[in-house]
Design a protein around this ligand. Structure first.
Ligand code: MG
Length: 159
């Protein structure tokens, strides 16, 4: 058995009039991510971490934002597709750990639902998905509430 880790990062600007979708869950807030799809930063960074660990490129390769097919798309679809690609290459998802950086609102109460949604899309037990939240201590664009950023590490195993 061998193990591989992949890293993923994403950032989206926040604007009024957009739904705040994080980890497949809508969080009530006055702003949401600007993006071609639903702007779900956790799903995007997670997708990149999985593809990176498998040596399969990145989310832009598989879901170009120039493609009208993905306009307003539910980003959990990207994860479902990534899971299929991993299956084809005989990779197993061992663990996912993420840090979501957002000044407001508090995300902790929403983590159980997000973990459930992500685990369902990846068809893994919910215990394999871990989420953590940080603020940016008021510093930079994230700290001013102008953006949301996410870092993810995914561990895969293969025979
Ligand atoms: Mg993105």
């Amino acid at each position: 058995m061998s193990y591989r880790c992949g890293i993923g990062y994403d950032l989206h600007r926040l604007a009024e009039g957009r739904k705040l979708i994080i980890g497949g869950v809508e969080v009530p807030f006055e702003k949401g991510p600007v993006g071609h799809s639903d702007g779900d930063v956790v799903a995007h960074a997670l997708c990149d971490a999985l593809l990176g660990a498998a040596g399969l490129g990145d989310i832009g390769t598989h879901f170009p934002d120039s493609d009208p097919q993905w306009k307003g798309a539910n980003s959990l679809l990207f994860l479902e597709h990534a899971r299929k690609l991993l299956d084809e290459k005989h990779f197993t998802i061992e663990y996912v750990d993420a840090v979501v950086i957002l000044e407001r609102p508090k995300l902790g109460p929403h983590f159980p639902k997000m973990r459930e949604a992500l685990a369902k899309s990846l068809r893994v037990p919910v215990e394999k998905i871990h989420l953590k939240a940080k603020t940016n201590e008021g510093v930079d664009a994230v700290g001013r509430g102008e953006a949301i950023a996410v870092h993810v590490i995914a561990t895969l195993s293969t025979l």
